[in-house]
Write a protein that binds this ligand. Structure first.
Ligand code: DGJ
Length: 645
């Protein structure tokens, strides 16, 4: 419920409240965000010495205020929400209240994905004191999951261009009474390590510069009471519906007033906003629970399941698959594919996925990305023949955003790639320039034709390198490139979702290098890591679960010794870890012993009997080796400690 009384905006979800006050200067003072039972409105800021007084007749010192929106130049010296270059080259902004609207409009961003199914909406409109530049802050409430989302829209109503050097999606000012900041860091095959620091007056930053939301630093972060544990204490969770470079920071004054910001990473970003143009930020997501980390996770999980994931597979059981990657790598042959699919069918597997290596001349990772035509030397009767004759559903790996130098597409359209002189390579491939509409239009047609012809019901959509040499030959301002890339990427995904509503898409980026809410708006599940080692995946399952439900996480049983770590674990451990997710096998089933096959047959039966619980049950963490997973009917304890050495 949202109301505006006595100049105070109150945004109430089932268990939380968010309040801010309209001051007579037109500024918005943040008052409180937390659970309903502990409301303590923050106090007016003070003159703390040589602070700037906002104006001679008003006793307002922005330096010590808690603000909804901050900008440069009027005395607030903490990190700002927005940094503009005005039409006359000046840097000062001063956004003041003009009006507000409360209604039930749902989130809508023209070129970016957003959540859906919100209960109530507030838009506060502010205008710069000196220029006709208007800032709208939108708030959306999700009552049952105790989530509030926010985004901003900036209108340049002047007759000259301005530059946006920084614009965030969320600002949350709070008192730092010894709170902690937690982020999830990692690298390839080593995703989601939980890293935590006490909040002090040294600025804390979590961000990505890879051009992706990144396995190095996921956009999901938490702020918690110092003593919070899994079930007690106040915990805030934050995320961003965006797949490019993101930024989360906490800046704290010596008076222990802190500011959390989240949005597009301002490093390397600047956007030229011409007269009468509008800029829309990605949507930020936040929740809060006084029931510790598990309480916060429950809110995030519910929100992602109900208000981010969409389409046929929303809340629907995902198929058990077998994937050829760790079975064959690039060594794809029609006979082997049929043998593996037939064994998979015998065991009860429902989906057969042909990973990398199926398209023409793709014998290793040096060539052919971009040329999405079946290699008839490897698969003489084509993909459709496989789809029609394996007796289970057929799925295909693709990497549409990429091209190898050694490909027909690159030879024909070098101008469609992001590259610069002496380009530095990543996995021998380059990124197609999706900021260019022509490239996106081409991909829509090319990938649509492939999906149609192949008869596939599942797509694993990969993205195996990070951005470097960021340059587009079709773009004027290169600092807009990555943002515009994602606008093009989302258009591509949206169009393919619309054309192929029956296809289940699984996101992937060399494992979890693009594991975020932007992807999940189009692809209901994401491959979490190229590391399939059971014990490493146990850690990742637990850590991903802070911010994401297991229904969006791809997890497979693979062969031992494990291909990434060389370790060997019992098949039962590999299953017990992978079963809490979108489950599958990633090994050559035709090479297993009868004993192993019998065990796998049992696993598949167990998974089918309990699939709803394993995929959609609510996970609660007990410790690093114990989880509870429950639905309306049962609660099951998952005990990994039995597999400890
Ligand atoms: C990286 C993915 O994460 C793997 O699962 C596999 O699909 C390879 N790419 C294929 O090149």
């Amino acid at each position: 419920m949202i109301d505006f009384k006595n100049n105070v905006f109150s945004l109430k979800t089932d268990n939380t409240i968010y309040r801010f006050e309209l001051l007579n200067t037109g500024h918005l003072r943040h008052l409180f965000y937390g659970d309903c039972e502990s409301v303590v409105d923050y106090k007016k800021g003070k003159d703390i010495g040589n602070s700037i007084k906002y104006s001679q007749d008003k006793e307002l010192f922005l330096e010590d205020e808690m603000l909804e929106i901050s900008s440069l130049g009027k005395g607030d010296i903490k990190e700002p929400f927005i940094e503009l270059i005005n039409p006359d080259g000046s840097l000062t902004s001063d956004f003041l209240y003009v009006s507000h609207v409360i209604d039930d409009r749902e989130p809508f961003l023209e070129k970016l994905p957003s959540s859906y199914g919100s209960n109530e909406h507030l838009c506060v409109t502010l205008k710069d004191r000196n220029f006709d530049i208007v800032l709208e802050i939108h708030y959306f409430l999700y009552m049952e999951s105790d989530v509030i989302t926010k985004y901003a829209r900036l209108f340049n109503n002047t007759d000259k261009k301005i530059f946006i050097n920084k614009i965030m999606s969320n600002q949350l000012d709070f008192i730092n009474d010894r709170k902690r900041f937690t982020a999830f860091k990692g690298s390839w095959a080593n995703e989601f390590h939980k890293v935590s620091s006490e909040i002090s007056q040294i600025r804390l930053v979590n961000c990505s510069n890879t051009g992706t939301s990144s396995s190095r630093s996921n956009p999901f972060v938490m702020i918690s009471d110092n003593g919070a544990d899994e079930n007690n204490g106040c915990v805030y969770g934050f995320n961003l519906v965006y797949s490019g470079n993101h930024y989360e920071s906490i800046d704290t004054s010596i008076q222990n007033k802190s500011r959390f910001l989240q949005g597009i990473n301002p490093d390397g970003f600047s956007y030229e906003l011409n007269s009468l143009e509008i800029f829309e930020t990605p949507e930020a997501v936040m929740t809060c629970s006084r029931n510790g980390f598990n309480g916060m996770s429950k809110n995030m999980h519910r929100f992602i399941r109900n208000n981010i994931v969409r389409g046929k597979y929303k809340n629907n059981e995902r198929p058990i698959l077998v994937n050829t990657w760790e079975a064959f790598y690039f060594d794809i042959e029609e006979r082997k594919l049929f043998d593996l699919a037939s064994k998979a069918k015998e065991l009860g597997i429902e989906l057969f996925v042909v990973d990398d290596g199926w398209f023409k001349k793709r014998n290793d990772d040096t060539s052919s990305l971009g040329d999405w035509d079946c290699d008839l030397k490897k698969i003489p009767n084509g993909l459709k023949n496989i789809a029609d004759n394996i007796g289970v559903n057929f799925g295909l790996w693709i990497e549409p955003e990429m091209v190898n130098e050694n490909s027909d597409l690159y030879r024909e359209h070098k101008e469609w790639t992001i590259e610069y002189d002496n380009h530095s390579e990543g996995r021998n491939q380059r990124i197609l320039d999706l900021s260019n509409n022509e490239t996106v239009d081409y991909l829509i047609d090319k990938i649509s034709a492939l999906l149609k012809e192949s008869g596939c019901r599942y797509v694993k959509w990969d993205f195996n390198r990070i951005f470097s040499d960021v340059y587009s030959s079709s773009l004027k301002n290169q600092q807009e490139l990555i943002f515009r890339y994602y606008q093009g990427f989302y258009r591509l995904c949206k169009e393919l979702n619309n054309r192929f509503p029956e296809i289940l898409f699984e996101g992937c980026a060399a494992g979890g290098n693009r594991f975020d809410l932007g992807i999940l708006c189009f692809f209901p599940q994401i491959w979490a890591s190229d590391n399939t080692d059971a014990d490493d995946r146990r850690r990742m399952l637990i850590n991903y679960s802070y911010g994401y439900p297991q229904s969006v996480i791809g997890a497979h049983v693979s062969a031992c010794p494990n291909h990434q770590t060389g370790r060997t674990f019992p098949l039962s451990f590999r299953y017990d870890v992978a079963k809490l997710g979108c489950f599958g096998y990633e090994l050559d089933l035709t090479k297993l012993s009868d004993v192993e096959l019998t065990e796998i047959e049992q696993q598949i039966k167990d998974y089918k009997n309990n699939r709803k619980l394993y995929q959609y049950g609510q996970i609660e963490r007990i410790d690093d080796h114990h989880l509870l997973v429950s639905d309306d009917e049962q609660t099951v304890m998952i005990d990994y400690s039995v597999y400890k050495d």
